[in-house]
Design a protein around this ligand. Structure first.
Ligand code: C2E
Ligand code: CA
Ligand code: CA
Ligand code: CA
Length: 389
């Protein structure tokens, strides 16, 4: 698990070990030492809020020092994978500087005669808040890794309804995390952290698996029409070779049709990895639907639509919020709907909260509505009850 407890005198790691983990000290004191001619030389003492073991976790070389708990000590563990992925994704200049620095530190000959070096605190005193935020993010990421293996992540489902009849046509799977220590963590916050590393891949796989399994149950309560499930997919997930075959395996297991799955992607997919876009194309060819999420909020130009076909747009909540008060917003929203229909695409409008907003949208010719007016994201059982009514 994320937290590791060490007794007084216990070794945290030894010189020469492989650096699988780095540690953030939550409480206690740790002595870092190197051995010179078989004699241990203490380099310094680290305490709460300090990071240790990060070097070997960054470059996967053996540990150049040992660490021992001086008293009962609690640490948050950070996997070297978590760290090396961030190093890989860093700005190329930063990456080069970091590699140079690591190399130089590793190749400095051990001081044999001079007195031992004391490690000064590594935290920059000018930017404590920024450093704290970075540490918090690393902690959250570590906890998230545990949450996945402890079954703390579950999707909720929000109804997607026919705008004219308000009949439920499908659902969007929206992941939820209830952490025993943090309580409810906002999905906007933790999904963006997960998307920065490969953690989103097992999380996404888990969500797809649960959403498909639950869709089968919802479908049995709705024999008169075919329901669909919208699933949010990050570019990093699509960059995996196995994405499509994994998806098809799950579909096959639950005996679902590809047309029942709608992959929601944001415009980022057009700007990041070209491999992800190829994968998206293969998914469409295999019969899955693709929708552009948060449409109208990005900064990219529309020209990607000349090269890449999608099945639908999801127009962001920001437009609906102002539809009754801002004439310009209303015109923009109507133009997006016209454009989508001209391109033969289906439109979903997100964030409908009031009957007045619904009324305007019903006249604007959008296809599908989503929002608190029709239903909040709800757990599996509550959706079952809703459909059974
Ligand atoms: P999103 O994909 O744009 O999801 C729509 C968000 O709008 C959801 O927030 C939903 O609860 C909220 N929403 C829907 N109707 C209304 C409304 O009428 N009023 C208001 N105020 N909000 C409404 P949520 O569940 O907090 O999710 C936030 C974001 O987290 C999502 O934005 C999506 O980007 C990400 N996310 C959630 N689940 C997943 C997932 O399984 N995978 C990935 N990669 N990202 C996910
Ligand atoms: Ca979405
Ligand atoms: Ca959205
Ligand atoms: Ca969003």
């Amino acid at each position: 698990s994320t937290l590791k407890h060490f007794q007084m005198g216990e070794t945290i790691f030894s010189e020469g070990d492989l650096g699988d983990w780095a540690y953030i000290i939550e409480s206690g004191r740790v002595e870092v030492a190197v051995s010179i001619d078989g004699q241990p030389f203490p380099l310094g003492i680290l305490t709460s809020g300090d990071v240790l073991g990060e070097m070997a976790a960054m470059d996967t070389a053996p540990r150049s020092a040992s660490a021992k708990a001086l008293e009962e000590t609690v640490c948050v563990t950070i996997s070297s994978r978590q760290i090396s992925e961030r190093v890989q994704d860093a700005d190329p200049v930063v990456k080069l500087l970091l590699n140079t620095l690591l190399h130089r530190m590793r190749s400095t000959p051990q001081v044999t005669s001079s007195p031992p070096l004391l490690i000064p605190p590594e935290r920059s005193p000018q930017l404590p808040d920024e450093d704290d935020q970075v540490l918090d993010k690393m902690r959250l990421e570590s906890e998230l890794r545990d949450a996945l293996s402890n079954q703390q992540l579950r999707p909720h489902y929000q109804p997607l309804v026919h705008i004219k009849t308000c009949q439920i046509l499908g659902f969007e799977a929206l992941i939820r995390w209830f952490s025993p220590t943090r309580g409810h963590v906002s999905p906007g916050e933790f999904t963006s952290i997960a998307e920065e590393t490969s953690l989103i891949i097992p999380i996404g796989q888990h969500t797809i698996q649960q959403a498909c399994r639950d869709l089968v149950q919802f479908q049995t309560l709705c024999p008169d029409r075919q329901l669909f499930m919208s699933i949010n997919v990050a570019p990093r997930q699509l960059a995996e070779d196995r994405f499509l075959t994994d998806l098809q395996t799950v579909l096959h297991r639950y005996n679902l049709q590809p047309a029942q799955i709608k992959l929601e992607v944001t415009e980022r997919v057009f700007m990041e990895d070209p491999i992800a876009l190829e994968m998206l194309q293969s998914c469409r060819q295999a019969g899955f639907q693709v929708a552009l999420d948060d449409f109208g909020t990005g900064f990219s130009s529309l020209n990607y639509l000349t090269r890449f076909e999608v099945d639908g747009f999801k127009i962001d909540r920001a437009f609906v919020q102002e539809i009754l008060t801002n004439r310009r917003t209303q015109i923009l929203l109507e133009s997006m709907l016209t454009m989508a229909h001209g391109l033969g695409m289906q439109t979903v409008v997100e964030g409908i909260e009031t009957p007045e907003q619904l009324q305007v949208l019903q006249q604007s010719g959008c296809d599908i509505g989503q929002g608190y007016l029709f239903g909040k994201p709800l757990p599996f059982r509550e959706i079952q009850q809703l459909l059974a009514q």
